[in-house]
Design a protein around this ligand. Structure first.
Ligand code: GUN
Length: 280
């Protein structure tokens, strides 16, 4: 294997140590950050994420509340809960776990969250702030990826950065954060022509498309930093990313594994945002 492994667990553990210290310092000022997590329905993957968020809060000394609502919850009921939490003084951050059941209007719910408590940074106001580079919160997954890239010691400035995927949660904000650090950024998606030609130009390649082992070794530049946001099951039911890890390892300079790459960072960034929110 040629590529250096980017260890998300290790980078995450180090960051959590400093966040834990920050929470302890806030406690001396009488401040306890508080996070409310809402989950609607019983999607198994969402349940795992929510449990991990609770555990992380506990580990760092952050107060947390969990609201598990039935799948048939109405738009009005969910809206009322969010509004109540907007007013609740011991809650600094509100997270509504996505995806919501189909009958609920996700966008309307996100827009109900007070922008100052929107620790996912999904509210249009926070998205706009990111666009102009004047923000308090960064969306958790792209923020975590920036930390992973920083951990390689390779500067983004002037690099060819290619993002595969254009979701509001990952692809679009990811491109913006790379741009803020003076990368030359290209966003690719399902309609991109000659995808392999574009990805092969990348010094930094971020892949978030949700297709198992989609990025093959011939699509990657020698020595590139490869960040895999995917979380899929392969033909044997084993967890795998959007990148064909074994083959791409022989070409890339540094690569994130799945699991143990991007995943652990996302929740750490959520904790960071909750602390930021508590600081006001
Ligand atoms: N579902 C998948 N990722 C996320 C995330 O970062 N935040 C929320 N709220 N839901 C998600």
């Amino acid at each position: 294997m040629k590529a250096k492994l980017i260890d998300g667990k290790a980078v995450s553990a180090k960051l959590r140590e400093s966040l834990k210290q920050e929470v302890a310092n806030l406690a001396e000022e009488g401040i306890t950050p508080g996070l409310a997590v809402i989950i609607v329905g019983d999607d198994p993957a969402s349940k795992v994420y929510v449990r991990n968020k609770e555990k992380a809060c506990e580990e760092l000394g952050i107060y947390s509340e969990k609201y598990e609502l039935p799948a048939q919850t109405t738009q009005e009921e969910l809206t009322e809960l969010v509004k109540k939490l907007n007013q609740k003084p011991d809650i600094d951050g509100i997270l509504v776990q996505l995806p919501l059941p189909k009958h609920l209007d996700e966008k309307a719910i996100i827009e109900t969250i007070s922008p100052s408590k929107d620790v996912d940074a999904f509210h249009a106001q926070n998205v706009g702030r990111i666009m102009i580079g004047d923000y308090k919160f960064l969306p958790c997954t792209p923020a975590g990826i920036m930390e992973l890239i920083a951990s390689t010691g390779i500067p983004v400035e002037g690099k060819e950065c290619v993002v595969v995927g254009r979701s509001n949660i990952v692809g679009k904000p990811m491109a913006m954060l790379l741009l803020h650090q003076n990368g030359t950024v290209t966003i690719c998606h399902s309609r991109t022509k000659n995808l392999a030609e574009v990805t092969k130009r990348a010094d930094i390649l971020v892949v978030a498309i949700g297709k198992a082992k989609f990025i093959t070794a011939d699509m990657v530049k020698e020595g590139a930093v490869v960040i895999d946001v995917g979380m899929n099951r392969d033909e044997n039911g084993k967890l795998c990313g959007d990148v064909d890890f074994d083959a791409v390892c022989e070409v890339a300079g540094a690569i994130t594994p799945v699991p143990g790459g991007v995943g652990p960072m996302t929740i750490t960034m959520l904790m960071r945002n909750t602390i930021t929110a508590a600081k006001g």
